[in-house]
Design a protein around this ligand. Sequence first.
Ligand SMILES: [Fe+2]
Length: 302
Amino acid sequence: MKPLVNRLSYASVQAQDPLRLAQDTANIVGARVVGEEGGAILMSSNQRHAEFIIHKGAENLFRACGLEAVSAGAVREVRDRARAAGLTVLSETPSLACIDHSVTFATSEGHVIEVHTPMPQDRPVRFHGPGVHAKCLDHLNFTARNPELWAREMSAACGLLLTERTAGYEISWMRAADGRHHTIAAVKGASGVHHISWEFNAFQDFRALGDNLAIEDRRLVWGPGRHGAGDNLFLYYRDSAGFLIECIAEMEVILDDAAPTRVVEPGENLSNWKVVNQWGHLPPLDWIQHHNRMVEVETCPT
Ligand SMILES: [Fe+2]
């Protein structure tokens, strides 16, 4: 069946120093502050109302992943399917005033997912400001103790399609209705978030990304390179709150909903370079072991 969600909508986090994180996100990926709501800072890199939402918190934690439903009816269907799958429905109240309908549920590992009617496109698409000006927020990569179960839950609730996985489910990549190779993914580890990814126009943008980090004596965590899964260009750095940020370009698009799941061998410690980086440079342990914790919520028993 067709996925019930079209694309990634937003990522929300909490940070000890929200203003510093907003400034850092502006300086590097070029999203700008577009407003505040409920004490949170809203940021967007394009015309979308909000893509990155920063709350104030005692610790730096990931809060929620917003996914845009294909219709209002799809929001209701996600609610019913999440319940039928035994997942905890946390709320049916939209997290932002601009969202008409939503349902928020938690995976069995505590990933908070808000599926909602489309985010209004009410911001100017072009704007002045620092950074490289990403095109959009692109995908989220979670960490999960059981990525196989995580993928089954996301398929059951949202109809997401498992595009590709490694043989032992060390990493699973799932696509939405827009056909991009992955909109959400999970890498095996303690429950949490591995990285937040922004899409850029071209590889040429990576030059300024690296230079802007070097101004502050900050290094890249991994890359630049080209992933095997997704065929996308990538580089990774850590932001001021310790979240791992990926910058990508050229993600593969798969429009065949019936395309079979690809199964690839990862090699020990993701050493199969044809899967992880077609250019050959393997991920450092720093990348493999990265993990950000999440705000804790009620979850169904596993
Ligand atoms: Fe990624």
